[in-house]
Design a protein around this ligand. Structure first.
Ligand code: HEC
Ligand code: HEC
Ligand code: HEC
Ligand code: HEC
Length: 125
């Protein structure tokens, strides 16, 4: 290997390591649209929620997720769009009890008596 090539490779390695040490980027908003068919996509005011509630309230698969964690967050749709097991809630469902977002989001909005609970308040055309 030439010295130049080795230098370039070590730069790549260094930036990969630096990348790993950087905290997760908390999105300001996220548009949830992977299951979109009958309804319009849903915009979650992500940062506002993330400042108020523990990350794991929603990211239940990352137990100790924090604003300064440096892990790769696995998005919900990876497991909830076409779940491996039939009993896992699917984002394609309309029913309130069978869709993971309907269950999680609407339950909390009802409990807090704040936040959208009507279809068109989330599925904005
Ligand atoms: C708190 C927000 C929220 C409310 C209120 C809500 N939904 Fe949803 N719903 C979602 C999210 C998020 C998804 C996943 C969207 C995606 O991935 O495209 C979804 C998915 C769906 C889907 C499957 C995807 C599709 O487009 O076919 C249907 C059908 C649906 N909702 C119907 C309804 C109906 C009917 C109501 C009212 C009774 C309702 N939703 C109320 C957030 C909400
Ligand atoms: C109210 C629920 C909720 C809370 C609280 C929350 N998130 Fe999220 N977060 C989501 C949803 C929903 C998505 C979109 C996932 C998808 O596209 O399937 C998301 C996406 C993300 C993403 C982008 C993942 C990707 O690659 O698309 C990161 C990073 C993230 N959240 C970090 C955090 C951190 C860190 C916290 C706590 C400080 C937090 N979240 C709190 C619901 C939440
Ligand atoms: C790595 C895969 C994976 C990811 C990523 C994931 N989930 Fe789940 N989720 C599951 C599985 C499997 C279950 C069913 C078993 C269980 O309850 O742990 C589940 C259960 C749930 C439930 C039902 C809990 C109950 O009370 O029955 C909700 C709601 C939910 N997930 C929402 C979300 C949301 C919102 C996100 C993203 C912020 C997310 N999940 C990310 C795999 C995942
Ligand atoms: C643990 C409780 C909780 C969960 C889970 C939750 N929310 Fe909320 N959400 C709230 C509260 C409380 C408000 C009202 C904030 C206010 O008015 O100050 C709110 C408000 C909102 C609003 C109105 C804009 C704003 O930020 O005030 C949207 C849109 C919203 N939520 C979408 C969602 C979606 C989509 C999900 C599921 C991915 C979700 N929420 C999950 C508690 C929650």
């Amino acid at each position: 290997m030439t010295t130049k090539r080795r230098f370039v490779l070590s730069l790549v390695a260094a930036s990969v390591l630096a990348g790993l040490a950087v905290a997760v980027q908390i999105p300001e908003t996220v548009t949830i649209d992977k299951a979109q068919k009958k309804q319009a996509p849903v915009v979650l005011t992500h940062k506002a929620h993330a400042e108020k509630y523990a990350c794991s309230t929603c990211h239940h698969n990352h137990e100790n997720l924090k604003a300064d964690s440096s892990i790769q967050v696995v998005p919900c749709f990876k497991c909830h769009l076409d779940p491996e097991k039939p009993e896992t809630l699917s984002m394609r469902e309309m029913s309130l009890g069978k869709n993971p977002f309907h269950k999680l989001c609407i339950d909390c909005h009802k409990k807090e008596a704040k936040g959208p609970v009507k279809c068109a308040e989330c599925h904005k055309k």
